[in-house]
Design a protein around this ligand. Structure first.
Ligand code: NAD
Length: 336
């Protein structure tokens, strides 16, 4: 019987992945520190739904605590580990850099070490489109060399990929990093544009439109992210004896080391994204046009051919469908 460890289960993506696995009858152990980076009640409400399942074991713990992480791995035999816990957010990394070292560097290291000692069959972990920095060659491909992150958040995510590579290379630990592109959907994060815009529009307040609405994002719907994470975790498990650690193409090498993009492959200009939100809500936004923010990138655009070749899936949800699902959830959750 398969047991998944999912980290970040009180978070947006971890909650959705855990829910999907629990509904399938899979045993899930979920770790989260339930920090107050954003509304803790939202995190508690996500967790409350997971607690309805007998096959869910919640652990409230700090992944930066080495002993605590080792204890969890001693008590359980995980068939899959999906590491989604992190200090997210590009802009907050300018204000609170140490949170990123603790939750993205130290915690990741602990998960890698624990997986190594437990001989975990496969570790899937969240990377980010931010590793592409100011890359202007579109779409972003995992074959591109990306060495110039524009924020500390991006640097820690790139650092995760580099560290994972050493563990795959030295210890044969199968690892797959997934570069998520601006994820959105029901139960989404209050620090992200869709949530902030929806809230402000419904409250009749102005919205801040960075880079004068000209920046482009490859907004990716949560169900597509969960499908991709699940397929990768299930299908890419065994180390390939022919894997060449001196020449590891991250997209085409079999496990142990891989990196994929998961994005919608259809970048949308912020100004159009706002129109879609306005349509879904039925109210026009009042806009504050603002310059680009430090650490932000002008555009993101995922090449997902490698993902499709490996697991037979590419995201497919249109922003009209996804934004409507978010707005419906928001109105029902906040009763507005
Ligand atoms: P989230 O903030 O909603 O969830 C992260 C969870 O990790 C939180 O509940 C937090 O309490 C937990 N956490 C943080 N530090 C911890 C620690 N030291 N120990 C234990 N738990 C800790 O974020 P999300 O949107 O669900 O993102 C999930 C992953 O995907 C993150 O790694 C994030 O960097 C990555 N990612 C997200 C997006 C996106 O658009 N949402 C895009 C690219 C990458």
């Amino acid at each position: 019987m398969s047991t998944y460890l999912v980290t970040g289960t009180a978070g947006f993506i971890g909650y959705h992945l855990a829910l999907r696995l629990l509904k399938q009858g899979v045993d899930v152990v979920g770790i989260d520190i339930v920090n107050d980076y954003y509304d803790v009640q939202l995190k508690r409400d996500r967790l409350a739904q997971l607690l309805d399942f007998d096959n869910f074991t919640p652990i409230e713990s700090d992944l930066a605590d080495t002993t605590a992480v080792m204890d969890v791995f001693r008590k359980h035999d995980f068939s899959r580990v999906v590491h989604l816990a992190a200090q997210a957010g590009v802009r907050y990394s300018l204000e609170n850099p140490h949170a990123y070292v603790t939750s993205n560097v130290v915690a990741f290291m602990n998960v890698l070490e624990a997986c190594r000692h437990a001989k975990t069959p496969h570790l899937t972990y969240a990377s980010s489109s931010s590793v592409y920095g100011g890359c202007t060659q579109m779409p972003f491909s995992v074959h591109d060399r990306v060495d110039h992150p524009l924020s500390l958040y991006a640097a820690t995510k790139k650092g995760n990929e580099l560290t994972a590579h050493t563990y795959s290379h030295l210890y044969g630990l199968p690892t797959t990093g997934l570069r998520f592109f601006t994820v959105y959907g029901p139960w989404g994060r209050p620090d992200m544009a869709l949530f902030l815009f929806t809230k402000a529009i419904l409250e009749g307040k102005p919205i801040n439109v960075f880079n004068h609405g000209k920046m482009q994002r490859d907004f990716t719907y949560i169900d597509d992210i969960v499908e991709g994470v699940h397929r990768v975790s299930e299908q890419i498990a065994q180390p390939n004896p022919n894997w060449d650690s001196n020449n590891p193409d991250p997209a085409t090498s079999k496990a142990p080391y891989r990196v994929f993009n998961i994005g919608n492959n259809q970048p949308v200009e912020l100004a159009h994204f706002i129109e879609v939100i306005e349509d879904a809500i039925g109210i026009k936004a009042v806009k504050n046009m603002m310059p680009m923010q430090p650490g932000d990138v002008p555009a993101t655009f995922a090449d997902v051919d490698a993902l499709e070749d490996a697991v037979g899936f590419r995201p497919k949800t249109s922003i009209e469908t996804g934004v409507k699902a978010f707005v419906d959830w928001y109105r029902s959750y906040y009763k507005v």
